[in-house]
Design a protein around this ligand. Structure first.
Ligand code: NAP
Length: 264
């Protein structure tokens, strides 16, 4: 990198899919701890601008970067624009994700839906992490950053069968192995990798199934008997990013009200 590039004195995070929902809450929580945040979004520029305003109000610095994480050129540009704006990269949060456009029984699911969901939820994050890790390795060797991290936003769908969105479950199960693989490979470079695994969180993504989840939660589905809020996930990511787990990597932190517990 050119010495002419301005280096942000704050630590710098890229949060993918930060225009809405969980990603926005992560960006704002990091901003509250003084981070500079590259706010990635796919198409919703108005919502992304709202996130930027909230990041600034929380005391952080923000940079908007439109990029489709399913595309190689966009992924490369996301990192390039982040470095051009901030001069460093300390944290990648792989949050952007999508549900299938339609919930379809797996016996009828189309290959097109499988390919789309896997590209956004698994292939995109995998190769974005590969590229970001390469940058972090160089920046750390140069002494520009000291404690780089990667946080993947997985899902309880990694281990929970939903037969009308099998492609989503497969993508999140794959992300669980992605967390393990990168944790293993990057430890020698001082890059810790974590996965935060939400349960049922009140965002646009769960809007289509809201009444179903309202009913199941009222019936006792979740030990901590309420919807998860995006801020619950934001707080968890900010706690990890603050460096509270230096001797842990590949760790999965469930942020799900205890829904993963097996109960009799
Ligand atoms: P959401 O409200 O639907 O927001 C999705 C975000 O991802 C938006 O910012 C969207 O950008 C962005 N995005 C989607 N496709 C993208 C792409 N190809 N490139 C770049 N950005 C893209 O979703 P959410 O509920 O906050 O979910 C966030 C993450 O948490 C996802 O990985 C999801 O699987 C996971 N999760 C959610 C729940 C839940 O209950 N909500 C539970 C477990 C895990 P635009 O605004 O531009 O469209």
């Amino acid at each position: 990198m050119s010495e002419a590039i301005k280096r942000e004195s704050r630590r710098v995070a890229v949060v993918t899919g930060a225009s809405r929902g969980i990603g926005r809450a992560i960006a704002v929580a990091l901003a509250g701890q003084g981070w500079a945040v590259a706010i990635n979004y796919q198409s919703n520029a108005t919502a992304a601008a709202d996130t930027l305003a909230q990041v600034q109000a929380a005391g952080g610095t923000g940079l908007l970067v439109q990029a489709d994480i399913a595309g190689a050129a966009d992924r490369e540009r996301l990192l390039r624009e982040t470095l051009a704006g901030f001069g460093r990269l300390d944290l990648l949060v792989n949050n952007a994700g999508m549900a299938p456009r339609q919930r379809v029984d797996m016996l009828q699911m189309s290959e097109a839906s499988y390919d789309e969901v896997m590209a956004v939820n698994l292939k995109g994050p995998f190769f974005l992490t590969q590229a970001a890790a390469g940058i972090m390795i160089k920046l750390r060797a140069a002494g520009t950053i000291d404690n780089p991290m990667i946080v993947n936003i997985g899902s309880m769908s990694a281990y929970t069968s939903s037969t009308n969105r099998a492609e989503y479950c497969l993508s999140k199960a794959g992300m669980g192995m992605m967390t393990a693989l990168y944790a293993d490979r990057l430890a020698e470079y001082g890059i810790n990798v974590y996965e935060v695994r939400p349960g049922i969180v009140d965002t646009d993504m769960t809007g289509a199934a809201r009444s179903k989840y309202d009913k199941r939660i009222a019936e006792g589905l979740i030990p901590i008997s309420r919807w998860g809020q995006p801020e619950d996930v934001g707080r968890a990511v900010a706690a990890i990013a603050a460096g509270a787990l230096p001797y842990s990597t590949g760790e999965v932190i469930n942020v799900d009200g205890g829904i993963h517990l097996q109960r009799l």
